[in-house]
Every structure is written in structure tokens, then in C-alpha cells.
Design a protein around this ligand. Structure first.
Ligand code: SF4
Length: 310
């Protein structure tokens, strides 16, 4: 019997987080202020993170940055990305302080409370300053905008490691999404620019229920991104998604496999979010750093792979 080939279609529409302009008491939200780019840290990371852009127009439901305390309880309009100010001397000073105070840390993450892709030129200039001090810049982005060839080249020369943060459902299967295809082509170009490992897919994973049509479409997209990484000789950094009680993906996952996640702030406590754990990363989260799939499953201080820089 001939197998009927069906044309791939888009997966289910995953709701964006609602556009919020006022607090619950009616006070208007304000965009982030443009301030000088400094190194800092948070409850998960070490003191080696910074933002070239604060805020993000992506409105992904469950975004860790948007939901973090400062934004939820403050009056920040996270949905408006705001470029920050590069003061090279100040950033160099922060990098030197990091080198003196934390000699084991040899890299700086750009992209925590916003997406660096909203200002690629500023991101490249920031990476160049970081690289000058001998630290490796790591850029984490959803590629809402594509960098020019010149900017991409500058970042390659600066030794940047790019992590494309992929969220199945928002990032569609490349067979139906020209956006996903364009990003993969950009990464392939970037990867060819240097000999060292500079490209990662930071894959947010879900245990989709492949027994139902919509869950299967999402599952196939997730698998495609993992396979694309493998075929291109890139590693994935797996981030098992932690589901909020109101996550719009609940109808498409295998709920029986989900359980309360640990809190990063205090590992002994369970958070209200639920996770199915890692699907691709199988090693010891405190030791394994050489496998194809590496896990982003601990706090940064004890993480063996250090965002792929080790
Ligand atoms: S991969 Fe490791 S160092 Fe990077 S964000 Fe995740 S836990 Fe932190």
C-alpha cells in the first residue's frame, strides 16, 4: 500500500504573553532606562553577565527574564527593548575586576534581561571590549533580528560563542518557517568563519505528547532542531522548560511525566513550576561537559560546561 505523504503544517499556535502596560493597581509601566553596561550576577549565575539590550519584544510565555522578580513587582515595561550604553572604560574595568576576583571564570554572558539581537552593532562592540580583556563573550539570543555580514564577522573575530535560544512552538519547524531557515543559514555562515567551536543551539525542551497531532508536530520540530545541531557538528545546550501553572503548552505535553522543579535560589525547595527533566542530556550534571548534548540544569557556579566555554 502506498504511504500517503502529508504536507507539513505549522504546529499549534502557542499564545504569547499578554501585552501589559499597567500594574494591577493601574500605574503605568515604563521601559527600562538606558544605563551603562556593567557586569553583574543573579541567583542562578555568577557575576559575569551583562545586557546590551534590556527588555524584549518577543513576548514568549514563561520567559524567565520577564517573570523575574524585578520586572514583575517593579514597573518595568519589559516588552519594549532598550539599548544600553557602552562605556568601554567602565566595561573593561568590570572585566578586569572579574579576572582578579574570580580567576576561574573566563567568559561573559551577554543576554540575560533582554535580547541582544535588537541591537547587533552594540552587541558586537561590547563583545569586542570583553574579548580585548581575554574573556570569551557568549551571546544568548532568539535572533529576533539577523545581524549583517559585517557584524557577524566582527563577532567571529572577537571569538564570540553564539547560543541560539530555541523554543519549539515559537520557533517553528524549518520546513514551514522561513525565519528558522534564515537563522540556521546565519549560524552556518558564522560557524564557518572560525575554526573554534562558536555555535550552539540552546534548546528549551518539552516532553510533548506525540500521541496527539499537535503534540507530534511540536515534538518533530524539537527533534529537527536537535538533528540540525548534530548534522552541523554543533552541540546543544539543553534547558528543560519549567512550566508555569498557566503555560499555554500544557495541552500538548505528557502531563504524567511532569513534576515540581527545584528552585535555583534554594535547591532544597521545590518551585511552583513543573518540569519533565532533560531529554537529550544524560550525563552527570556536575561533571559532564564533553557530550554532544550538554545540560543547563544547575546553577552556573557548579556547572561543568560554563556555557560551552570549557
Ligand atoms: S550552561 Fe551552565 S554556565 Fe551556562 S547558563 Fe546554564 S548552568 Fe549557567
Amino acid at each position: 500500500m502506498a504511504i500517503q505523504k502529508t504536507k507539513r503544517r505549522f504546529g499549534p499556535k502557542i499564545a504569547l504573553s499578554p501585552r501589559k502596560t499597567h500594574t494591577s493597581t493601574g500605574a503605568p509601566l515604563r521601559p527600562y532606562e538606558a544605563k551603562e553596561i556593567r557586569l553583574g550576577g543573579n541567583t542562578k549565575t555568577d557575576a559575569n553577565i551583562c545586557d546590551t539590550v534590556k527588555g524584549c519584544a518577543g513576548r514568549c510565555s514563561g520567559c524567565y527574564a520577564k517573570n523575574s522578580q524585578g520586572v514583575m513587582f517593579g514597573r518595568i515595561d519589559f516588552d519594549i527593548p532598550v539599548s544600553q550604553i557602552l562605556n568601554p572604560a567602565l566595561l573593561r574595568w568590570d572585566c578586569m575586576q572579574l579576572i582578579w576576583n574570580e580567576p576561574k571564570i573566563r567568559w561573559v554572558r551577554i543576554g540575560v534581561m533582554g535580547d541582544p539581537s535588537f541591537d547587533w552593532d552594540l552587541t558586537a562592540a561590547t563583545a569586542e571590549i570583553i574579548a580585548e580583556t581575554g574573556l570569551t563573550p557568549v551571546v544568548i539570543t532568539k535572533f529576533w533580528k539577523i545581524p549583517s555580514e559585517e557584524t557577524l564577522t566582527r563577532m567571529a573575530i572577537a571569538g564570540v560563542k553564539i547560543h541560539w535560544s530555541v523554543i519549539p512552538g515559537y520557533d517553528e519547524h524549518p520546513e514551514v518557517s522561513s525565519r528558522s531557515r534564515r537563522i540556521i543559514q546565519t549560524l552556518q555562515k558564522f560557524n564557518r568563519m572560525t575554526k573554534h567551536e562558536n555555535t550552539f543551539i540552546r534548546l528549551c525542551t518539552f516532553l510533548f505528547d506525540a500521541n496527539q497531532e499537535e503534540g507530534r508536530l511540536l515534538w518533530e520540530a524539537q527533534e529537527y532542531f536537535a538533528d540540525t545541531a548534530k548534522k552541523n557538528n554543533w552541540r546543544i545546550i539543553e534547558t528543560p522548560w519549567k512550566m508555569e501553572p498557566n503555560d499555554p503548552r500544557w495541552p500538548y505535553v505528557d502531563k504524567t511525566a511532569y513534576d515540581k522543579a527545584h528552585s535555583y535560589a534554594d535547591w532544597s525547595k521545590k518551585s511552583r513550576k513543573e518540569t519533565a527533566g532533560a531529554l537529550y542530556f544524560h550525563g552527570d550534571p556536575y561533571r559532564e561537559k564533553d557530550s554532544w548534548a550538554i545540560g543547563c540544569v544547575t546553577t552556573c557556579g557548579v556547572c561543568p560546561n560554563q556555557c560551552g566555554t570549557e
